[in-house]
Design a protein. Structure first.
Ligand SMILES: [Zn+2]
Length: 262
């Protein structure tokens, strides 16, 4: 290529319009989905009352090992506007991550068994809330079963619409959600008992990027991988004072992204 043709090529690239910033609904500047894994009592006891007081809706990814009494509690949660999502029946994980659950090592699973579990959990959830469209969060954020990645098999199965996986505080700030693979949506799961400032700093990064953020909680005010009730409340308060950030369920946010990505 001559220097002249190189110059023209570079000039043409420079003239291409940059893809416009993704537009969120109702003048919102960014979106944040608050998601909660493992059907924990601390979520029912602390996180949900805080969300309800602020009129925010969250997404609760349930596993199948819950009692009938808890099912009734989760039914009420869904009826008040929150989303119940699929986190599999038995929460299989790699041996190295949860060594005490030897019947449920993903090392010993295959793709059929994994998809069957997700299908059965859809039925459990249907029994709780009567909803058919589901989202899924990946147990232990690991998509390998018996060494095989089941992302594409799950995509083809039609069992779920969107899949939330793991990430970190930076990779999970999604500046342009149109570029997402909706079966590999990263989320920030803070560890080491983050305080409210840490959670708010993530929300601020999402807002400043005018993008999408997904937070992944476990215990809130109890249980394990805990975020304290005060830290969770501080984030909820910050979001209440920053209405430019759209807080909605994972499925609602992703439905919006999907509908505006063509
Ligand atoms: Zn989990």
């Amino acid at each position: 290529m001559t220097s002249r043709t190189l110059f023209i090529a570079l000039w043409l690239v420079a003239c291409l319009p940059a893809q416009a910033q993704f537009k969120w609904p109702e003048g919102k500047q960014a979106a944040l989905a608050l998601t909660y894994d493992d059907a924990l009592h601390s979520q029912l006891d602390f996180a949900i009352p805080q969300l309800d007081a602020a009129k925010f809706k969250g997404t609760f990814f349930l596993k199948g090992e819950i009692t009938p009494a808890d099912m009734l509690r989760w039914r009420k949660v869904q009826r008040s506007g929150h989303e119940l999502g699929n986190h599999s029946v038995f929460h299989p994980c790699p041996r190295a991550m949860l060594p005490d659950r030897k019947n449920y090592f993903t090392d010993n699973y295959d793709v059929d068994r994994m998809l069957s579990e997700i299908a059965v959990m859809n039925n459990v959830l249907f029994g709780i809330d009567g909803v058919q469209a589901r989202t899924y969060s990946v147990p232990c954020s690991q998509m390998l079963v018996g060494g095989i990645d089941y992302t594409d098999a799950l995509r083809k199965s039609g069992l779920v619409k969107y899949v939330r996986t793991g990430g970190d505080a930076y990779r999970s700030v999604i500046a342009d959600p149109r570029k997402l693979d909706v079966f590999q949506i990263p989320s920030y799961g803070p560890v080491d008992h983050p305080d409210g400032k840490t959670l708010i700093a993530y929300a601020e990064r999402v807002r400043d990027a005018k993008g999408l953020g997904v937070l992944q909680f476990h215990g809130t005010g109890g249980d394990y991988l805990e975020v304290s009730s005060d830290a969770h409340r501080a984030l909820v308060e910050w979001l209440r004072n920053h209405p430019e950030v759209w807080v909605a369920t994972f499925q609602d946010v992703m439905d919006y992204v999907s509908a505006h990505s063509r």
